[in-house]
Design a protein around this ligand. Sequence first.
Ligand code: NDP
Length: 251
Amino acid sequence: MPEGAYRWFVYAELVLAAVTFVALCFIVAPYGGRHGRTGWGPTVPARVGWVVMEAPASILFLVFYLLGEHRGELVPLLFLLLWQAHYVQRAFIYPLLMRSGSRMPVAVMLLAILFNLLNAWVNARWISEYGSYPVAWLADPRFWIGVVLFVVGYVLNVSSDRILRKLRGDGSSGYRIPHGGGFRLVSSPNYLGEIVEWTGWAIATWSLAGASFALYTIANLAPRAMANHRWYRDSFPDYPADRRALLPYVL
Ligand code: NDP
């Protein structure tokens, strides 16, 4: 870890993960339709909110990456590719495909932008400036274990979001019980996929920067997965009893 301000940004992200986890155990963040509530100030269509809050994670990451001394090296470039594979789809494809008429509080959107700014700085600066990833890192099992987890998580995340979209293929706007894919085992396989992805990123980069994002993702999505699960059980008397919230057979 370098001396100077950078390390404090990483520590800040770790503290934020802990604060987020505790806060979200008491409040369900109102950025989606089913947990939406009044009293959070002005709102924007969810589709707009997703683009505005997630675009910085792609664009600023690229800008911060390009500031780094190692920007032209193979392994950092591969990390850039993984990051952009996720965030280009999250910021520019997912919002266009989503079938949701829900609205997002501007406050939630602004908080997400601030987090994405911090997270992009912490991770991009690590992979292209402060970290060291010579070509020999490609022979390290941590790199490949991490990349495989990232890809598996990505596929689970995207395919689960697709199953949810298909539930509204007839143009309806209500909620149904999702079936198939990861939904056979858990209520929020999209969140599980996201968590597996960033755990893979943490392992492949073997860095505190990556670990802080993985921990933040767990802190953010685990309480939300529990809230989704409770909501399904309360809303559908015939909800599959053996389906868990987030971790197959466990939680
Ligand atoms: P949800 O699973 O709550 O909703 C995803 C979409 O599917 C929404 O459009 C929602 O509609 C719709 N939907 C959900 N359940 C049903 C159902 N039973 N029947 C019909 N439609 C349904 O996901 P989030 O909105 O919380 O998150 C979206 C994506 O963003 C996920 O892939 C998640 O992993 C990712 N994410 C990542 C975070 C991170 O920290 N890295 C943080 C937050 C999200 P509606 O809007 O009307 O409810």
